[in-house]
Design a protein around this ligand. Structure first.
Ligand SMILES: O=C[C@H](O)COP(=O)(O)O
Length: 329
């Protein structure tokens, strides 16, 4: 069982994907973008029941999901102790016994995601592991602080060791159709990131329509986003399947037009292993297996790992452990 599961969930060797350099803002393309809400909702309604993976296949997919998690803590009461515990969990996401049984020793999460203040603690705790630290930035979650401060925040986070920066866009630019302003803002954020990869958080729950989500996705990719991400986790509606389908299809259109692969990060409210499996199936259906590697897909999640660990434990022992045993992550 072990070697088969490990084989199925194995990560490909580090792939050298060229970074999306962006392109000129193409307003005709943006204007032409449509999103057929009822068709999208119909397609999404069929997704959860459509692909059910069982037993060893399910365990393999859950292990894959772990490798794709940006293990996150974004609370006002975060402490160094909590961040160190989170990093310990990122280094060893499930118990060593389980990992040994499943033949997956050495498995880690994709990254750890924290506020700026916690970067040094996380960098320290992850030293030597190769697990990157992602920092939310630009006045997260509302993104309404003065523009020069938002740029300075990115620069400070990169200086402190964040290798990935999750920026928030100005929702007003989308709601008012100011595509040039959105493009310029995103481009400046990307520039301030330098070598650090930039994830553009659209806060889709605040964009008013799926068409706006599609257009904002496209503009951020044109401006050089490495990833597009649904939500901060602080909006009243966060990651959903319809929003994901729209963003994933925008990624596909951008790839077909430019040849550059942009990553996708659904975030906020994804806390169940079965939901994670639906997202992975959707990615595979719409974009193919290449998009199931950590350089092109992440879950932004604070509590998903705990449920995945419970499901894996059940797979191995036949019994569910109490949720509180997996409290962190
Ligand atoms: O970017 C990550 C999100 O803030 C995590 O949201 P969550 O706490 O609902 O999992």
């Amino acid at each position: 069982m072990e070697s088969q599961i490990a084989e199925r969930s194995a990560q490909l060797p580090q792939l050298a994907e060229p970074r999306n350099p962006g392109m000129e803002l193409d307003l005709d393309w943006v204007a032409a973008v449509q999103a057929n809400t009822s068709a999208i909702e119909r397609r999404c309604a069929t997704l959860p029941g459509r692909r059910s993976v069982k037993k060893d296949h399910q365990a393999a997919w859950l292990l894959k999901a772990i490798s794709l998690i940006d293990l996150t803590t974004l609370s006002g009461d975060d402490t160094e102790g909590r961040v160190r515990r989170l990093c310990a969990k990122a280094r060893q996401p499930v118990s060593s016994g389980l990992l040994r049984t499943l033949g997956m020793e050495g498995l880690t999460t994709g990254a750890v995601c924290v506020y700026h203040d916690m970067i040094p603690t996380a960098v320290n705790a992850l030293e030597g592991t190769g697990i990157p630290v992602a920092a939310v930035s630009t006045g997260f979650p509302a993104g309404l602080s003065p523009f020069r401060l938002r740029l300075a925040e990115i620069e400070e986070s990169v200086k402190d060791g964040a290798e990935e920066i999750d920026i928030v866009i100005t929702r007003r630019h989308v709601l008012q159709g100011n595509w040039q302003e959105l493009y310029d803002e995103m481009k400046a954020f990307r520039q301030a990131c330098g070598e650090a990869h930039v994830k553009a958080i659209l806060a889709t729950g605040e964009l008013g329509s799926l068409r706006n989500v599609a257009r904002a996705s496209l503009v951020c990719m044109m401006a050089g986003a490495d990833f597009i991400k649904t939500s901060t986790g602080k909006e009243s509606v966060n990651a959903t399947l319809p929003v994901s389908l729209v963003m994933i299809r925008a990624i596909r259109d951008y790839y077909e037009r430019t040849g550059y692969r942009v990553g996708y990060k659904p975030a906020g409210g994804i806390s169940k292993a079965k939901d994670a499996l639906v997202y992975l199936a959707l990615m595979k259906d719409e974009l193919g297996g290449r998009w199931l590697q950590p350089d092109l897909f992440r879950f932004g999640a604070s509590s998903l790992l705990g449920d995945i660990e419970r499901q894996l434990e059940h797979h191995v022992t036949g019994a569910y452990s109490a949720g509180y045993r997996h409290a962190m992550g």
